[in-house]
Design a protein around this ligand. Structure first.
Ligand code: GLC
Length: 562
């Protein structure tokens, strides 16, 4: 190994190539024994996270919430749900994280509050046209008696995006009245971002958490805040974004960036500036990169690899495009395969090639039976994809449990399901509970060491994946993640990537200046090791290496140290 030592990363740039671990707090670790993960649970596992070797944690919402949408229905933006702890527990958690050299990213949910937020309660108790209603989008219905929703907009979890209320004041008290907008569940009324009070209040929220030491924010549905609410409301019968010019009715409108310019000023009040990453499901690269500009949020998720088939051509095209995008925006690229909203990648990759979204939904609904999956292959490919991702320039987002090789819990008992998708689609789409099952920590303990009886039941097969079963087991997925993250840290270098020619089904690239090389064979058959890649320099492999000399096994990634 040569003696190159990469230049130290300036403090303000820590995020550019960070490995960020997403914690879904209710499912991570339960210190109080009530069956719901909590902040003391996160604190108690800080040693585990440090050993894993990640740079930051992103916590999904831990705010007071009735859990109509797993905490993305926020009752109070500046507090902790009492079942998850207190603000003091939060402070203790952040102190433990910082002591372990781990940054903390909080989730901020600006598109909608919950229907229990004091603003919404006040809106319901007030008259049409009042300042209380002006914090949300209330409209009169269409039809003779206002009995039809104000527009044809659907909501994300099924059903219309409008719900009619019963008025409580004035001459209409007790009668059906106005409708309010909710792009997600009815318990998630959309906030009116044209209202300066909302803008000001979110600045207060950002400062509240930044003052408590939060290092950054993940911005939920960042592309939806501004809508074209001009009368008459324009038709939009599907939630797809079809235009890339900022004129869509509901999403990715140009005006949204004025909001984030304001946020950027707030984030830059801090030293180092707080970071932000946009969750913006925008299909156009030229539009997505606007969220990632340094004058905006600074980084944006791209879900391109997550949505792509496991194939060399697609992966290469996406990486090249995203790196170009990063160059234009000035941000680093982000990469992700799993999160709390999608089927875990070990399961996605276990389904037959060509399985589309509808077939995947059908598979979930069948309890994971049809089409027949090949879990061994799924995990093999998931590990290969993850090692490929960890070798890319930019930041990598990991989701809790993927380091244990967890699969989607497709076999959850139907009566345990909680995702609004399940209920709002008349129980025809299962939704996201299968990736949110509480983690298995110890195969010998009750509830696999999670804490109390988990709020979603852990399937029996979870025990094999427990941390206790993998901790010291050579070749386990947990050991693989630890070793990959450790080597990534050791070898990390500038954000450049150079492709090396490789056999058809494979991709190879190197990172300079230290010359770290990454090779992935996406095909099923072994392939030749390209010239110049010396097997003696292999430091991490995604799979066991039986290998004949000079051959790379199928569905495998290898890292070569200089
Ligand atoms: C984001 C979250 C998802 C949530 C939705 C509404 O997409 O990731 O979990 O349901 O926003 O807040």
């Amino acid at each position: 190994m040569n003696s190159h030592v990469p230049a130290p990363v300036p403090a303000a740039e820590w995020w550019r190539q960070a490995a960020v671990y997403q914690i879904y707090p209710r499912s991570f670790a339960d210190a109080t024994g009530d069956g719901l993960g909590d902040l003391p649970g996160v604190t108690s596992r800080m040693g585990y996270l440090a050993e894993l070797g990640i740079d930051a944690i992103w916590l999904s919402p831990f705010y007071p919430s009735a859990l109509a949408d797993g905490g993305y229905d926020v009752d109070d933006y500046r507090n902790v749900d009492e079942r998850l702890g207190t603000l003091e527990d939060f402070d203790a958690m952040i102190a433990a994280a910082h002591a372990a050299n781990i940054k903390v990213i909080a989730d901020v949910v600006p598109n909608h509050s919950s229907n229990r937020h004091q603003w919404f309660t006040a809106a319901l108790a007030s008259a049409p046209g009042s300042p209380e209603r002006a914090r949300y989008h209330f409209r009169d219905g269409l039809g003779e008696n206002g009995e039809l929703p104000p527009s044809d907009w659907p909501s994300h979890f099924g059903g219309p995006a409008w719900t009619r209320i019963t008025e409580t004041t004035g001459e209409n008290a007790g009668a059906p009245g106005q409708w309010y907008l909710h792009l997600f569940a009815p318990e998630q009324p959309d906030l009116n971002w044209d209202n300066p009070e909302i803008r000001e209040d979110f600045h207060t929220t950002l400062r509240f958490w930044a003052d408590r030491g939060v290092d950054g924010f993940r911005v939920d549905v960042a592309h939806a805040l501004v809508k074209d609410m001009a009368h008459p409301l324009r038709s939009k019968p599907s939630l797809e974004i079809l235009v890339d010019d900022g004129t869509d009715v509901l999403f990715d409108r140009d005006e949204v960036h004025e909001i984030y310019a304001g946020w950027r000023s707030v984030l830059n009040e801090y030293d180092p500036p707080r970071i932000a990453v946009a969750e913006a499901w925008v299909p156009f690269t030229n539009r997505r990169l606007r969220y990632a500009r340094p004058t905006g949020l600074g980084q944006a998720f791209n879900f391109d690899l997550l949505q792509a088939p496991f194939a060399a051509t697609e992966f290469r095209e996406i990486v090249a495009r995203c790196l170009e995008e990063a160059e234009v925006s000035g941000a680093s690229s982000t990469w992700v395969f799993s999160n709390h909203d999608v089927v875990r990648h070990a399961s996605r990759y276990s389904l037959p090639d060509g399985t589309d979204a509808a077939a995947q939904d059908a598979w979930l609904l069948s309890g994971g039976r049809e089409p027949v999956a090949d879990p061994a292959r799924g995990l093999r490919r998931a590990r290969a994809a993850t090692l490929f991702m960890l070798g890319l320039p930019g930041s990598a987002y990991l989701y809790q449990g993927e380091e244990l090789g967890l699969f989607e819990a497709a076999d959850l008992p139907l009566e345990s399901l909680q995702d609004p998708t399940w209920f709002r689609t008349g129980k025809t789409l299962k939704g996201r509970d299968g990736c949110r099952v509480p983690l298995p920590w110890n195969a010998q303990e009750e509830h696999l060491g999670f804490g109390g009886p988990p709020w979603l039941p852990q399937p029996a097969w979870f025990a094999e994946h427990a941390v206790s079963a993998q901790d010291a087991a050579e070749g386990s997925t947990l050991q693989f993640y630890r070793s990959a993250l450790a080597w990534r840290r050791k070898l990390q270098t500038t954000e450049s990537l150079h492709w090396v020619s490789a056999p058809d089904a494979a991709l190879a690239h190197y990172r300079r200046p230290n010359g770290w090389e990454v090779l992935t064979n996406f095909g099923t058959a072994p392939t030749d090791l390209p010239d110049g890649l010396d097997p003696a320099r292999i430091v991490v492999t995604s799979g066991a290496l039986p290998v004949l000399p000079g051959l790379v096994p199928g569905e495998t990634t290898l890292w070569f140290a200089p």
